[in-house]
Design a protein around this ligand. Structure first.
Ligand code: G3H
Length: 478
C-alpha cells in the first residue's frame, strides 16, 4: 500500500521528481488499485534525449542481433504471463483467461515481428535507369529501408500490452528507439511488459516508459520535436493528435462502428454465435466489436431469438471469476453507455433484456427496432450494449454502414459468396469479414480504418514498413 510504481528511463527504474502520482482505479472495486509516477516535462525531455542517442548505435547493430533480442523479450514476456495478466484483471477488468491470452498473443507477436523483420528488412531493391524513356543504362539505384528515429507509442486501455508490443516490436526491429506512454488504466501491466524488455538486455535508453497525466505530458509528448513517428491506438484523442503533430509519419487506429449485415440466406446459428462473441466479448470494449446489427426483416425475429438465448447464458460478474461480462473500465464510461441506453429508450427502442447496472457493471443488452434518430445507431458505446436495425434490402444495410463517420471493419453473413464480395466492395471500411465477426487478428493481417477510424495500416508487416523510410544510393557510371 502506498507504493508508487517507478517509470522506466535510460535503462533504469526511477521515481519522478514531481513527487506526485496518478491513481489507477480498479473498475470492479472502484478503489485505488495501484499508483504510478506523474512524470514531468523535464523527465520527458530526458527520455527523448536518451532515445535519440541510443537509436544511433541501435541502427548500426546487425539486424539478426536486433531480432535475437526481440526473441528473448518474447520468451520472457510469456514466462511472466501470470503476473502481467493479474494486472490486466485488476486495472482494466479483463476476464482472467482473456488476460492471459493477451500476454501470450503478445509474445507470439514479438517473435513473428523478429522473423518478419529479418526477412523484409534484409531485402532491398535494385533499379536500372534504362527502363525509363530516354535513359541509358548508366545509373544503378540501390534501395533500402532505414529507421525513422524515435517512435512514440501510445496504446489504449483495452489492450495495454498487446497494442504496446504491436508498436514496440516493429519499431525496434527496424532500428528505431521507442518511447512508450501507456494508458493510465493498464499502466502497471505495461510497466511490467517493459520490464521484460529490460530483462532481455536491450541497450539503455532504447526503450522507455513514461507514465503521467495526459494534461501534463500528453501534448508535450506528441508535439515533442524529438519524436519522428507516432503510433497511436485509441479514441478521439487521435484526431486531436493528428492536427497538432509535426511533419512526421502517423499511424492511427481510432474508433469503429462495425456493422454486421445479415442477409436472408445466412446460417442463423453462425450469425447468432458471432453477434454474441463479436458484440459482447470483453464487454464490447474492442474497437472491432460488432457495434450495430443490420438484419433483413424476414429473418430478424429468428436472429433476435437465437441471440437472446445466447445472451441469457453469458455470465456477469468480476473478472477474477472469468465472467463473460465484467465491469466497464470507468464510471464515466458506464455513465456514457447509460446515456446511450436512455436515449434509445426514450425514442422507443425495444429492450430484449431488462437494463441493469451496478457500479461499473452493466448487464448485456440487445436493443431491437433501433432507428437512425437514436444516438446508439451511430455512436460507439464501448460497452455490452448492442443495437439492432431491421433492414429491407442489403443496400439499406450498406447505406447505414457507409453513412457512419467510422470505417474500421464490418461483416456480412450470407451463403452466396458473390453477394458477399459485392457487399464487401461496397462497404467503406478497412476490412470486411465474410461469415465471421470483425477482428484484428491474426496479428500479421493488415489492420486499417477508413475515415475517422484511422491513418495508415497496421499488422506486423505494415507496421515494420511504416516505421522505416526509403533510402536510395545511385551509382552513376561513366
Ligand atoms: O480495440 C481494438 C483492437 O485493435 C481490437 O483487437 O480484434 O483482437 O479484439 P481484437
Amino acid at each position: 500500500d502506498g507504493e508508487v510504481y517507478k517509470y522506466y528511463s535510460d535503462g533504469e527504474w526511477k521515481k519522478s521528481s514531481s513527487g506526485k502520482s496518478v491513481a489507477i482505479i480498479n473498475p470492479t472495486t472502484r478503489k485505488t488499485q495501484y499508483k504510478v509516477q506523474a512524470c514531468t516535462q523535464e523527465e520527458v525531455n530526458k527520455v527523448m534525449e536518451s532515445a535519440k542517442i541510443a537509436q544511433k548505435s541501435w541502427a548500426k547493430t546487425p539486424l539478426w542481433k536486433r531480432a535475437e533480442l526481440l526473441h528473448k523479450a518474447a520468451a520472457i514476456l510469456k514466462k511472466h504471463k501470470a503476473p502481467i495478466a493479474e494486472c490486466l484483471v485488476k486495472e482494466i477488468a479483463k476476464p482472467a483467461k482473456d488476460a492471459v491470452t493477451e500476454v501470450v498473443r503478445s509474445g507470439d507477436l514479438v517473435s513473428y515481428t523478429a522473423e518478419e523483420g529479418v526477412r523484409i528488412l534484409g531485402e532491398g531493391k535494385f533499379l536500372v535507369s534504362d527502363s525509363f524513356a530516354g535513359n541509358e543504362r548508366t545509373k544503378y539505384c540501390l534501395i533500402s529501408k532505414i529507421p525513422l528515429g524515435v517512435v512514440l507509442a501510445i496504446p489504449p486501455f483495452n489492450y495495454p500490452v498487446n497494442l504496446a508490443v504491436s508498436k514496440i516490436g516493429p519499431a525496434l526491429v527496424a532500428g528505431n528507439s521507442l518511447v512508450l506512454k501507456p494508458p493510465t488504466q493498464g499502466a502497471v501491466a505495461a510497466l511490467h511488459m517493459a520490464h521484460c524488455f529490460h530483462l532481455a538486455g536491450f541497450p539503455k535508453g532504447l526503450i522507455s516508459c513514461v507514465t503521467g497525466k495526459g494534461s501534463e505530458i500528453g501534448d508535450f509528448l506528441t508535439m515533442h520535436s524529438g519524436v519522428n513517428c507516432i503510433s497511436f491506438t485509441g479514441g478521439d484523442t487521435g484526431i486531436a493528435i493528428s492536427k497538432k503533430a509535426g511533419m512526421i509519419p502517423l499511424q492511427m487506429e481510432l474508433g469503429g462502428k462495425d456493422a454486421c449485415i445479415v442477409l436472408e440466406d445466412a446460417d442463423l446459428d453462425l450469425v447468432a454465435a458471432n453477434i454474441v462473441k463479436g458484440g459482447f466479448s470483453y464487454s464490447g470494449q474492442r474497437c472491432t466489436a460488432v457495434k450495430v446489427v443490420l438484419v433483413m426483416e424476414s429473418v430478424a425475429d429468428a436472429v433476435i431469438k437465437k441471440v437472446k438465448a445466447k445472451v441469457a447464458k453469458l455470465t456477469v460478474g468480476p473478472p477474477e471469476d472469468d465472467c463473460d461480462i465484467t465491469p466497464v473500465v470507468s464510471e464515466s464510461s458506464a455513465n456514457f453507455i447509460e446515456g446511450l441506453v436512455m436515449d434509445a429508450k426514450q425514442k422507443g427502442a425495444t429492450f430484449c433484456q431488462e437494463y441493469k447496472r451496478e457500479g461499473n457493471l452493466i448487464w448485456p443488452l440487445l436493443l431491437d427496432n433501433v432507428r437512425p434518430d437514436m444516438r446508439i445507431a451511430w455512436e460507439e458505446p464501448f460497452g455490452p450494449v448492442l443495437p439492432v436495425i431491421r433492414i429491407n434490402s442489403p443496400e439499406e444495410g450498406i447505406h447505414h454502414c457507409n453513412a457512419s463517420n467510422f470505417g474500421l471493419q464490418g461483416c456480412v453473413f450470407t451463403k452466396d459468396i458473390n453477394k458477399a464480395v459485392l457487399i464487401s466492395d461496397a462497404m467503406e471500411t478497412g476490412t470486411v469479414q465474410i461469415n465471421s465477426a470483425p477482428a484484428r487478428g491474426p496479428d500479421h493481417f493488415p489492420f486499417q480504418g477508413l475515415k475517422d477510424s484511422g491513418i495508415g495500416s497496421q499488422g506486423i508487416t505494415n507496421s515494420i514498413n511504416m516505421m522505416t523510410k526509403i533510402k536510395s544510393t545511385v551509382i552513376n557510371l561513366p
